[in-house]
Design a protein around this ligand. Structure first.
Ligand code: COA
Length: 264
């Protein structure tokens, strides 16, 4: 895969994907969106045996991501209404593709995650932030709104924090972002990589198919009653416990040994 605005180390089993426009604090425009969407489609289509088991999403330079590229946003005044909506749909599809990635996505956040950058944090499964990092849904400060990212942000921070932060556009600390569920661990910058690695190691010791199934289950059951969820949850465990991977994990526990998760 040849990309201009993102870089991948192609790592297996752990891939590091980096937003790479440090001069504009990794703000994303239509080209970054196209590349991230293409990357996500390719990663999703790859067979379980060869795709990465964990992806670490990072930002080059001082800041994780300053959100949507304001130059690009301002340029939409030259678009037709149809082009304008199509452009927003492309952005929405990028977030949706990352959100539904069948691989755990770990966000490594330094400096700032603002606007769409906070949206990227919201589509990560696990977010580790440097204690100096700032977060915020800053769009209203620019006279726009956090629209496309709202479903993903709401799923993490809930309505109460959204009502405060979407409306004020205020910048908040990493610690506050942790309190509202956007971030999972806040550490000194010098510990950022080691903490990301701890989460990666934790994920690597779990069954890859089980991890993907657990991730897929959450959005399916999140808004259902127990009764509504029952057919989904019972089929999920019934399928997984008789699968090769499930049997290997269960037997390994009983035999007091480390499970062998496929070839990697
Ligand atoms: N879109 C386009 N360019 C952006 C940008 C964005 N979202 N965020 C930063 N940049 C550009 C700046 O215009 C500046 O360009 P210049 O060197 O040509 O002047 C460059 O990136 C560096 O930005 P600067 O503000 O000088 O860097 P900093 O390290 O002091 O601060 C941020 C970084 C991210 C805290 C700050 O740039 C910021 O608050 N950006 C806006 C974030 C935001 O509200 N995003 C929501 C967008 S909808």
């Amino acid at each position: 895969m040849e990309f201009k605005y993102i870089t991948s180390d192609g790592g297996r089993p752990v891939e590091r994907l980096t937003l790479n426009r440090p001069d504009v604090r990794n703000a994303f425009n239509e080209h970054v969106i196209a590349e991230l969407t293409q990357w996500a489609a390719q990663a999703t289509a790859e067979p379980v045996a060869t795709r990465p088991r964990v992806v670490v999403l990072a930002g080059a330079g001082k800041m994780f991501c300053a959100g949507a590229d304001v130059t690009w946003m301002a340029r939409t005044i030259t678009y037709t209404e149809e082009q304008n909506v199509r452009d927003a749909v492309a952005m929405s599809r990028m977030f949706a593709a990352l959100n539904a990635l069948p691989i755990p996505l770990v966000g490594r956040i330094q400096g700032a995650a603002l606007g769409g950058g906070a949206g990227l944090a919201a589509v990560c499964d696990i977010v580790v932030a440097d204690e100096q990092a700032v977060f915020g849904f800053t769009e209203t400060k620019l006279g726009i709104l956090p629209a496309v990212i709202s479903p993903f942000a709401l799923a993490k921070i809930g309505r109460s924090a959204a009502r405060e932060l979407f409306l004020t556009g205020a910048r908040i600390s990493a610690e506050r972002a942790r309190e509202i569920g956007l971030v999972h661990a806040v550490v000194p910058a010098s510990d950022l990589d080691a903490t990301v690695q701890q989460y990666v190691d934790e994920l690597m010791s779990a069954g890859p198919e089980a991890v993907a199934a657990a991730k897929a289950l959450i959005p399916k059951v999140a808004s259902l009653t127990v009764e509504e969820a029952q057919p989904i949850t019972t089929r999920a465990i019934a399928a997984r416990r008789v699968s090769d991977e499930g049997q290997e994990g269960l037997k390994a526990f009983l035999e007091k040994r480390t499970p062998r998760w496929g070839s990697r």
